[in-house]
Design a protein around this ligand. Structure first.
Ligand code: ADP
Ligand code: MG
Length: 489
């Protein structure tokens, strides 16, 4: 691919003609911000944290264009991806083989894997797992635009709550501006309800009316609205179910197993554990928190995710799955295999073999074409551009490199729009933006049977076209919703 091809193209079709007149913009931004705050598109501030105060979540004023056919493709493939993840999570040999070098050098993955080994040898008290997954995509512009998978998240897949509000903000803005006929191009988004129904289904399978759903949360939760939306939706759907929130440290201090390995904490029996924490090393302050994770895995509670699902969602496993012929083992039909292969982009291991050496050479020669990724979640960990060379030079002769993967850089087209940020006085300017679509899925089952498999809804995150990453929670990206269009030029 020549360098010119790597330059971003613009999607010419936007939902309305921009720019907006200054007076119109002034009024609609003010209104949209208040609408967003009043409907929960908000977070706790990282810079001026106050428990009783919420700050606006960054959002895009008007929905960003996305080709309808690619959106529908992403939606349609989700049950297949759910099934794939479920089967991979239950394939001990594949997980072990894929992660064997990584766990030699990456302590975090090793700690997770050690827990997995213990559960595997003891036999799990609870054979049922709940997966609430989110598969993330960007459009890749080569000859035309097609979705390529960035990653699939199997733990703490966030923004199902606030994401569901975003479509309403964008609809409100479009209709305030008088574009009623455009509203039909914003697909409904029932992600929040779907995610909560998944948790409720797992709670029903646990079959103890007094048992609770426990949200495992960070010591300080900034993305509180998104989490509470889930809690309140569960309450709305079934008010008999109590939700409690606990940190890993609280579990370490207060939880124990009952005679049938029930997870007991502060007088409650836990039916389902929904992890919104535990996916990064900083969440485990000491061995105590790791012991808490093991205790939960040993328990009868249904985990979302259980340890093998967590491992199946690692970047190293994603890369191993993209190896030729690997999908054949998990997916039944040639059509399913072809459809998943189509969304994969090039993924390369950095193992000490001929493939790894070749990947290192490619990345050193053309670093702008790749992204270098460690085994981490939560954004801000990847390496881009010339930094790839520096990082590889330092580690290419050390075992550390086997904990990283190399991925083809997806080259998304840009759109134009207004990004609305908190504490940002003055009127927003039109900026170049790129979007990442997430599709949510739920799967429940054990090693032998899949009991529940659904596509649930979506979320769109949009960032400046110049930034490499777009984490909303860390303040770089903004929440958005798709405006489906037929053609793109
Ligand atoms: P994390 O687990 O930290 O979310 P991701 O794999 O999702 O890791 O990467 C973080 C961000 O980096 C993505 O949201 C996307 O903006 C960017 N990114 C990741 N992979 C690619 C890629 N192959 N091409 C272009 N951008 C990428
Ligand atoms: Mg991600």
């Amino acid at each position: 691919m020549s360098t010119t091809k790597l330059q971003k193209k613009r999607i010419a079709t936007s939902c309305i003609t921009l720019p907006l007149k200054k007076e119109v913009l002034e009024e609609i931004v003010d209104k949209a911000k208040d609408w967003a705050l009043m409907h929960g598109a908000a977070m706790r501030s990282r810079t001026k944290y106050e428990h009783d105060t919420l700050t606006l979540a960054p959002f895009i004023l008007l929905p960003s264009p996305l080709p309808k056919s690619e959106f529908e493709k992403a939606v349609a493939i989700q049950p297949t991806l759910n099934e794939l993840m479920h089967k991979v999570a239950h394939d001990y040999d594949f997980l072990k083989e894929s992660l064997k070098d990584t766990i030699e050098v990456d302590d975090f993955t090793k700690n997770l894997f050690d827990i997995y080994e213990i559960i595997h040898s003891e036999g799990a008290a609870q054979r049922i797992s709940l997966g609430l997954l989110r598969s993330d995509y960007m459009l890749h512009s080569d000859c035309n635009y097609i979705i390529k998978q960035v990653e699939i998240n199997s733990i703490a897949s966030s923004f199902g709550g606030i994401g569901s509000v975003l479509v309403d903000i964008n609809r409100f803005v479009l209709s305030e501006l008088g574009y009623y006929e455009k509203l039909k191009n914003l697909p409904d988004n029932n992600a929040l309800s779907g995610l909560c129904q998944g948790m409720i289904k797992a709670w029903e399978l646990y079959n103890t009316k007094s048992a609770v759903i426990m949200f495992l949360v960070e010591d300080v939760t900034y993305n509180i609205c998104d989490q509470r939306f889930h809690e309140f939706e569960i309450h709305r759907l079934n008010r008999d179910i109590k939700v409690i929130r606990r940190t890993l440290t609280q579990v370490a201090n207060n939880a124990k197993l009952g005679p049938n390995k029930q997870l007991l904490i502060d007088g409650c029996e836990v039916a389902v554990i929904y992890f919104r924490a535990g996916y990064e090393p900083g969440h485990y302050h000491s061995q105590k928190e790791w012991d808490a994770r093991l205790l939960m895995e040993r328990s009868l509670a249904i985990k979302c995710p259980s340890i093998h699902y967590h491992l199946a969602g690692t970047k190293k496993v994603q890369q191993a799955l993209a190896r030729p012929n690997t999908l054949d083992k998990y997916l039944k039909t040639p059509e399913a295999i072809a459809s998943v292969n189509e969304i994969f982009t090039g993924l390369y291991s950095l193992d000490f073999d001929e493939y790894g050496e070749r990947a290192i050479k490619m990345a050193m020669e053309n670093p702008e074409r790749y992204v270098l990724k460690p085994q981490r979640e939560g954004g801000g960990n990847n390496v881009y551009g010339n930094d790839i060379r520096d990082v590889l030079l330092k580690m290419k002769d050390t075992p550390e490199r086997t904990a990283w993967i190399l991925m083809d850089k997806i080259n998304p087209p840009f759109t134009q729009g207004y990004m609305i940020r908190p504490n940002n006085p003055g009127l927003p300017e039109i900026v170049d933006l790129v979007s990442e679509l997430g599709i949510f899925g739920a799967i429940i089952g054990n090693a032998d049977t899949i009991l529940y498999n659904k596509q649930l809804g979506h979320m769109l995150r949009t960032k400046l076209s110049t930034s490499n990453e777009g984490g909303v929670a860390v303040g770089i990206g903004a929440l958005d919703s798709p405006y489906l269009i037929d053609d793109m030029d």
